[in-house]
Design a protein around this ligand. Structure first.
Ligand SMILES: [Ca+2]
Length: 478
């Protein structure tokens, strides 16, 4: 793009930001008008398995996320945002279709959504129906083909660059042998300093090429960053910021799970081989929990740098003024806390996610919103921001009132589901969990951010539970 084109696009962008955005259904049909977009572009950034132990939420946290913070300074950071489900497939299916697991029946990684909802109109599909081009790369739906929850049918995107296979080292970095532990000896559960090309760079390069091209229609552009998902890989230079001697572990008080039910423990102990093996290793060894956590931190730092590249390219192509940016992670991750090294639980660390929206002309730079919100709210929010007709059957609610005023009234808690019958309700202060066997947990986040004390049996908290219980979603009939 030459300088003239750049300035023209920048001008169109600023005007576009003022003209559009919140007009509801009265806007002209999407399309082009003398080369100017009539609706804003969407840059839709997904990150895989990134928890909240980042400097985005607290400068004292150990994982550096300067680019997430840079994005947050441009718009609204939701400090209490929660995934619909703490597993890749149900979370992504819910975000992309706008239906909670309890509406769709897509509860777990074993429920590919196209099999259950062959005709679901995904978010990019809806944008395409209203004049957008939708392109994407990396991990947006669950990767691995339709049988694992991807949407390769062409129903969602005009063009999609699939997530590459991880370029695995031989042998694995973490030092486990098949004799010791067959899973940890495989690439899927490996961690370490990765000297081959990271697959997220392929994804970002593809997105950068799309950004450099001219767009004849407004664009829905989805970039799915795979890190910090296992294997916890990062280039060696990233590790210089995370020396093993300084690596911290989350607090792990003994007996933390003594006050929760067997159902809760079973969820925490999925893939228990990670926790049980790594905690047995000497702290500095390649197979230790401390080393694994260090590698998760470096991997998350690397994911942040990929976001930085996307923002740099967006700015360089002059589209910043007419592009809405939304960034989310599909769920969080336990790193030894709660005897757990997985997602798959209904506790805070597996469900609390980074979530940022920048909407030119709507959001105020540097805003923090503390209301509890869900990623299922993204679909209706983006429709309203883009000036597209609302879709009546979605489970979420547009966050535009909170984007304009972060203190606006908001009486909805965030809802999370992990498998049929297991749900959590999160308000600004409380997390209430009810499992399939009827067991309950209640945590007071004003006093207990790591959720060590289950208050469900405390008579003084009966009123709180009575208020939260009606928000538990009803499961889809079998
Ligand atoms: Ca994930």
């Amino acid at each position: 793009m030459n300088r003239r084109q750049f300035l023209k696009r920048l001008g169109a962008g600023v005007a576009g930001a003022c003209l559009h955005g919140l007009g509801g259904g009265n806007l002209p049909a999407a399309g082009t008008d003398g080369g100017k977009s009539r609706h804003p572009n969407i840059l839709f950034i997904a990150i895989d398995d990134m928890n909240d132990w980042t400097t985005l939420f607290d400068p004292g946290n150990p994982i550096r996320t300067p680019n997430l913070q840079r994005l947050a300074r441009r718009g609204v950071l939701f400090t209490r945002a929660y995934c619909p489900a703490p597993a890749c497939n149900p979370s992504r299916a819910s975000i992309m279709t706008g239906y909670r697991p309890t509406t769709s029946g897509v509860y777990t990684n074993g429920h590919p959504f196209r099999k259950i909802m062959p005709d679901a109109v995904t978010m990019p599909r809806y944008f395409r129906r209203h004049g957008y081009t939708a392109k994407g790369a990396g991990k947006i739906f669950h990767h691995g083909g339709a049988a694992r929850g991807d949407d390769p049918s062409g129903k969602s995107f005009d063009e999609f660059f699939k997530l590459m296979h991880t370029r695995a080292p031989k042998p694995n970095y973490n030092g486990y042998t098949k004799k010791q532990q067959r899973h940890l000896a495989s690439v899927a559960w490996d961690w370490g300093e990765h000297t081959r090309k990271m697959i997220d760079i392929d994804t970002v390069e593809w997105i950068e090429n799309v950004m450099e091209a001219d767009w004849d229609k407004p664009m829905f552009l989805a970039a799915g960053i795979f890190k910090p998902h296992l294997p916890f890989y990062a280039p060696p230079d990233v590790f210089q910021r995370y020396p093993i001697d300084a690596a911290s572990l989350p607090p792990m008080p003994p007996g933390d799970l003594d006050d929760v039910s067997e159902v809760a423990k079973r969820m925490a102990h999925r893939e228990f081989f990670i926790y049980s093996n790594t905690t047995r290793q000497a702290p500095g060894s390649p197979g230790s929990l401390k080393r694994m956590v260090q590698c998760y931190q470096a991997s998350a730092d690397f994911a942040d740098s990929m976001v930085g590249r996307l923002l740099d390219k967006l700015d360089a192509t002059g589209r910043t003024g007419d592009t809405i940016i939304v960034l989310w992670a599909d769920h969080g991750y336990h790193l030894g806390d709660k005897e757990s090294c997985v997602k798959f639980t209904l506790w805070e660390k597996a469900n609390h996610v980074p979530f940022i929206i920048v909407a030119p002309g709507v959001t105020t730079p540097g805003t923090r919103c503390d209301r509890p919100v869900g990623l299922v709210d993204i679909y209706p929010t983006l429709l309203e921001l883009a000036g597209l007709p609302a879709k009546a059957d979605l489970d979420g609610k547009s966050l535009v009132p909170l984007l304009k005023d972060p203190n606006a009234g908001w009486d909805r808690p965030a809802i999370m589901t992990m498998g049929r019958g297991n749900h959590a309700v999160r308000t600004q202060r409380w997390r209430y969990i009810r499992y399939q066997d009827g067991s309950e947990e209640l945590y007071d986040h004003d006093k207990d951010p790591w959720e060590w004390t289950n208050l469900a049996a405390d008579p003084d908290c009966a009123d709180v539970i009575a208020q939260l219980k009606p928000y538990l979603p009803k499961d889809k009939p079998r």
